[in-house]
Unconditional design. Structure first.
Length: 123
């Protein structure tokens, strides 16, 4: 009988954590047509927003939002990933691999979507 309340608390905590992660995705206003690839030299930093959203930030507040075709398990909680490319750019369909700061080291590999140029809302 004691397990039922613990399960309910765990479910509520999980729902709250998912809601908090969704709040981490700032509004983005489209700033042009989506592109298939972005040259690596234009990417200064990345911001993982959740399991499906990565913002690639360039110079002078230029940004591209990439919404993955499906959720990438662990991406939103770890907020770090690796990739390999030999052509000097990241493209839709290229794989990113979740990197764990502890535990197994590497997690799921997931394909990128198209890169939507955006203006990110200031927080």
């Amino acid at each position: 009988m004691m397990r039922l309340p613990l399960i309910a608390v765990a479910l509520l905590a999980t729902a709250a954590a998912a809601r908090d992660r969704a709040a981490d995705v700032p509004a983005a206003i489209p700033a042009g047509e989506a592109v298939t690839c972005v040259p690596l030299q234009q990417i200064r930093e990345t911001r993982v927003r959740d399991d499906r959203t990565i913002d690639f930030i360039g110079p002078r507040r230029r940004a591209w939002r990439n919404t993955l075709p499906g959720a990438c398990p662990g991406l939103g909680s770890e907020r770090q990933f690796g990739y390999a490319t030999s052509i000097g750019q990241l493209c839709a369909g290229d794989l990113v691999t979740v990197l764990y700061s502890s535990g197994p080291g590497r997690g799921a590999s997931c394909g990128l979507g198209r890169f939507q140029p955006v203006t990110l809302a200031r927080r």
